[in-house]
Design a protein around this ligand. Structure first.
Ligand SMILES: Nc1ncnc2c1ncn2[C@@H]1O[C@H](COP(=O)(O)OP(=O)(O)O)[C@@H](O)[C@H]1O
Ligand SMILES: [Mg+2]
Length: 1040
């Protein structure tokens, strides 16, 4: 973008220097702005340098260069695209671009009004504008076809509606108003064309040096042999009366063959079918044939057609009955009361009928063509519903036939010039008059500028009942003999006093010479034109004999079928005259134009001879004058380039001032004042009116516009940000809601699950309780589960509570039902522990244990002190073998000593205590005193062993009487009484121990018994009592 701008600046500077040398590019900058000569000089200076465009403010003055200047290239188009109006040299593109940009930014409808006399370059300008839009507007693929059609509608319409005249080789013989439709993005999406009054008379007659419509020549020059043969045509215009009358039309200036190609291509693009083309060229050819129909007068004075070859061709091409056509051309139906009478026509009337038919057919075909093009320009997407509501805007292009003065001017010139008069009126209304009125209305100081208002001429032509058209219409329908001359007389009578009207009779002696008898003269805004009234009536009523109409209504040619509807025949009412029709269509055109924002292009013709670089001062001065350019310049100079309603100005630029952005609550005028103060308008730059702000120089507005353009970006960013935030928020809120919903559902699901679980738990608990209550009942469904559970639970629990060793007596209390199992288990467990324990202990210990077991069997619960002795382990022996006398050992011999212990022996008679050793072998117990064995008691002779139940260490070994060397029982006392007795029992392998209470008897010798009394007392004592008994008193420790 920056590069582009720089490029433009560079170019501008180049242009500026050129422009400085060559006058001024805007007449507003002209020093002598009131001088017509200065104006002309500037125009001439620029024209010499091929600078054909000059501004008056925003109005473009264009001088026809009559040569290709190379200023309509694509790069030129790009240059003007989107650039401020005054930044570049004047150009028709600048006007187009300005209108386009205004339309886009303000969504308003625009109009480019091109005016100027015939040959001044209006049509060219309108084509350039159309091309500019086509090339520079944004475009979508689907709309390219619309663009092409818009562009190509031009050559087709020109072929049928333009002709070479004395003024212009490509003179538009119809008025054309074209709407280019844009969508809200500025993309051209379609178009619409309105055609105005085609000059039909040209079909049958052309002035000297002029031609018929291009299409005839193009068809003959360019049409393929085959086509021409089909149409029955020869490749020579001179053979056709309608083309050959105009001698001296300089053919070399036209390139019909090339144009034919262009037109043919265009037909293909704008939706014309093969049939359409066949019908269309059939009509064109039939008109040529019609021109060649010759009439001859028979002796009754009636017209006949001697050669009917042409008739046959026409009948074939138009699809009508040859005989009917023949009759219609030479006869006329007259309705007499109830019946129709057919009467022959005179030669003159037949010629008239023929020409009328040619004109009518051509004229209506042209209308059909415009409609056809329109229907191809209608944007199909546009028509569908979605587009209907989008804002659409249009740029209108008006290219209408220009002001025309010939040597002989007829009805056509009258209409054309009237049309120009109306456009000039519009221009005056909208520029000079409206502008000045506005200043006054707005209370801006203003010195009125005089200008010529041509309303007076318009009124002369169109006023109801009093205007020329009304008078002409009246003459046409008036009963009685009416002629062009009677019309002229009526004119003289009714408008003779008008300052802008003159006839030969009314003119003074001076002017008289220049006006013929049949002529009247109008003083148009653009100059005086003398019209010949000849043919006015005929052309105005534009009559086509009913008979011919009927024939045409029955035509099988597709186009004519659409053009001539049977309904027309039924309608007995007179159709409005051509003049009135034209008047009405013009006023509706003006309505269209008034509703749009106008831009003006005023075209000037530099010379009458279509010559390049010829600058005819007189001619141009005249045009400057009648176009009102000087007045326009003066108003511009004194006035203000721009004005805007306060509301609109504020609405557009309010973003430039913090006070007015985003809303200004007060009156708009104050807002605008605040705004312009803020952006620094100088006092001379503007004026504040009642409802509008007036800005004197365009540059002020452009600067403002630039600033706005800049701020727009920021605004857009802000709007985007807000919008994006909004979108994001929407998304966020949606997500949040979704999350909440999800959560709700999830929570619900969880809660339901939980409820389920609780319900389940309740059931379980209930079953559990039921089971618990009935736990002791026999197994039934009610308690089954509970029992299983309890069982399982108990078993599982038991794992952690099994006793760790044999001595560990704890056991998990079983529930009632499991008592048995528990007992079994416990037993098993204990057994297992025992087994384990047993396995784990050493042989030695095992022996010891066995001994203890034996001790237990013997003493448990019987003798005092047993319990205390339990944890004192038994020794293998209490005497080392070394402490035993070797002699004793020898005596014992091979009997292995199992145990030995020091003991006190009490002898049987006196109970004297002696230190002895008790030695136990496998076979016997020995009481040993040093080296002597005092007593040997064989186990086999052992009768028993007695101990007391008290805590003394006494034992008595009873020996069976009669045993060898019987000495009596042995009374011993030792320290480890339980150990000794146990050892003994084990060796004897029989429980022979007798635990006595109170006293015991023993044998002193066989047959003689003694007694030992056991007692308790505070002190341990052993003594022989008076009775000779041994009394053993044990301490009663632990017992009390
Ligand atoms: N801008 C232009 N550049 C070159 N030649 C032009 C230009 N404008 C007009 N002409 C020439 O003048 C002739 C008449 O112009 P045209 O636009 O048909 O006039 P109008 O429509 O005003 O009667 C064109 O055929 C063309 O040869
Ligand atoms: Mg034209």
């Amino acid at each position: 973008e920056e590069v582009r701008r720089r490029h433009i600046r560079l170019h501008m500077e180049g242009a500026l220097t050129a422009r400085d040398k060559v006058g001024v590019q805007d007449f507003v900058l002209l020093d002598a702005h009131t001088s017509e000569s200065a104006f002309l000089d500037n125009l001439r200076k620029r024209f010499r340098e091929n600078l054909i465009y000059t501004y008056i403010g925003t109005l473009l003055v264009s001088v026809n260069p009559y040569q290709e200047l190379g200023i309509y290239t694509l790069s030129q188009m790009e240059l003007y695209q989107g650039v401020n109006f005054f930044e570049l040299p004047p150009h028709v593109y600048a006007i187009a671009d300005n209108a386009y940009r205004m339309m886009c930014s303000e969504l308003t409808n625009h109009l480019i009004l091109i005016s100027g006399e015939s040959g001044a370059g209006k049509t060219e300008a309108s084509k350039k504008i159309l091309q500019y839009f086509a090339m520079t507007c944004p475009m979508t693929d689907s709309l390219e076809i619309a663009r092409d059609r818009l562009l190509l509608s031009n050559p087709v319409l020109e072929a049928f509606g333009n002709a070479k005249t004395l003024r212009n080789d490509n003179s538009s013989r119809f008025g054309k108003y074209m709407d280019i439709q844009f969508d809200f993005k500025g993309i051209p999406i379609g178009g619409h064309i309105i055609g105005y009054l085609i000059e039909k008379s040209r079909v049958v007659y052309q002035n000297h040096g002029e031609r018929n419509f291009h299409i005839f020549y193009q068809l003959l020059e360019g049409g393929e042999e085959q086509l021409l043969a089909y149409l029955g045509l020869e490749r020579d215009p001179q053979l056709y009366r309608y083309l050959a009358q105009a001698h001296g039309a300089n053919e070399s200036s036209m390139n019909d063959r090339n144009d034919w190609k262009t037109v043919s291509n265009a037909f293909a693009v704008i939706d014309f079918t093969e049939d359409d083309l066949e019908n269309l060229f059939g009509i064109i050819a039939s008109i040529l044939h019609l021109g060649n129909v010759c009439f001859r007068e028979n002796h009754q004075g009636c017209a006949t057609i001697p050669v009917i070859n042409e008739i046959k061709w026409i009948a074939k091409l138009l699809g009508v009955q040859p005989s009917a056509l023949l009759e219609a051309l030479t006869h006329r139906k007259i309705e007499a009361q109830t019946e129709e009478v057919i009467c022959p026509l005179t030669l003159e009337n037949s010629v008239y009928a023929r020409d009328a038919m040619a004109k009518a057919v051509y004229g209506r075909t042209f209308t059909w063509l415009v409609n056809k093009i329109n229907s191809s320009l209608v944007n199909k997407i546009w028509e569908t519903s979605a587009w209907e509501f989008t804002k659409k805007t249009v740029i209108g292009l008006l290219d209408i036939y220009g002001f025309e003065v010939f040597d002989k001017n007829g009805f056509e010139q009258f209409c054309i010039n009237y049309c120009n008069e109306k456009l000039q009126q519009l221009l005056i209304e909208r520029t000079l008059k409206a502008e000045q009125a506005e200043y006054e209305m707005e209370g801006i100081e203003w010195e009125p500028i005089q200008y010529f208002n041509n309303k007076i001429i318009c009124d002369l032509v169109e006023e109801r009942h009093k205007g020329i058209i009304s008078i002409l219409d009246e003459e046409c329908i008036r009963p009685g003999p009416a002629s062009d001359l009677s019309f002229l007389e009526k004119l003289e009578e009714k408008v003779g006093k008008h300052a802008h009207f003159q006839t030969r009779k009314l003119a003074g002696p001076k002017g008289r010479k220049r006006i013929g008898w049949m002529e009247f003269r109008l003083f148009h805004y653009a100059g005086e034109v003398t019209y010949c009234t000849k043919g006015f009536l005929e052309k105005n009523s534009d009559l086509l004999y009913r008979h011919l109409k009927e024939v045409l209504c029955r035509s099988r040619n597709g186009i004519l079928k659409e053009c001539f509807l049977a309904a027309e025949l039924e309608n007995r009412r007179r159709s409005p005259t051509v003049g009135t029709q034209f008047k009405t269509s013009l006023s509706s055109l003006l309505e269209i134009l008034i509703s749009k924002e106008p831009s003006y292009i005023r075209c000037i013709k530099p010379n009458e001879r279509k010559e390049p670089s010829k600058f005819d001062d007189f001619l141009i001065r005249h045009q400057i004058k009648y176009l009102g350019l000087m007045e326009h310049l003066r108003v511009r100079r004194a006035g203000f380039a721009y004005r805007r309603k306060y509301e609109h100005f504020l609405q557009r630029y309010k973003s430039l001032c913090p006070d007015t952005w985003p809303h200004w609550r007060g009156p708009p005028a104050e807002g605008v004042e605040r705004l312009i103060k803020y952006i620094g308008y100088k006092p001379e730059e503007y004026k504040l009116g009642r409802t509008k702000i007036f800005i004197r120089f365009p540059r002020t507005l452009f600067a403002t516009e630039d600033a706005f353009e800049f701020s727009k970006h920021q605004l857009v960013a802000r709007i985007q940000a807000t919008y994006k935030a909004c979108l994001e928020r929407r998304v966020y809120v949606k997500k949040r809601q979704a999350a909440i919903k999800l959560e709700t559902h999830w929570r619900g699901a969880l809660a339901r699950k939980e409820a389920e679980r609780r319900k389940w738990a309740v059931l379980i608990v209930r079953r559990f309780i039921k089971g618990f209550i009935q736990r002791d009942k026999p197994l039934c469904p009610d308690n089954e589960e509970f029992v299983v559970f309890v069982r399982k639970n108990y078993i599982l629990n038991l794992r952690y509570h099994v006793p760790k060793n044999v001595l560990d007596k704890r056991w998990l209390r079983p529930p009632g039902i499991l008592q048995n199992a528990s007992d079994l288990l416990r037993k098993m467990c204990v057994r297992n522990l025992v087994r384990k324990y047993c396995r784990g202990i050493t042989a030695e210990r095992k022996a010891l244990m066995q001994q203890k077991a034996v001790a237990s069997a013997v003493f448990r619960g019987k003798k005092e002190g047993y319990a205390e002795s339990l944890n004192k382990p038994f020794a293998n022996s209490r005497i080392d073998e070394g402490d035993i006398n070797p002699k004793v050992l020898q005596l014992i011999g091979n009997e292995k000593i199992q145990y030995g212990i020091p003991v006190i022996k009490y002898d049987r008679k006196g109970f004297k205590a002696r230190q002895r050793q008790l030695i136990l072998t496998q076979k016997a117990a020995y009481v040993v005193e040093l080296a002597k064995i005092k007593q040997k008691i064989e186990y086999s002779a052992l009768k028993g062993v007695s101990t007391s139940n008290l805590s003394d260490g006494f034992l008595v070994i009873h020996v069976s009487p009669g045993a060898n060397k019987h000495k009596g029982d042995a009374i011993l006392q030792c320290e480890h009484i339980f150990e000794v007795v146990t050892k003994l029992v084990m060796l004897v392998k029989k429980n022979i121990v007798h635990v006595v209470q109170g006293s015991l008897q023993f044998y002193i010798s066989p047959g003689r018994e003694g007694t030992i009394v056991f007692d308790t007392g505070p002190e341990e004592q052993i003594y022989k009592d008076k009775n000779g008994q041994l009394t053993v008193v044990s301490g009663c420790l632990g017992r009390e």
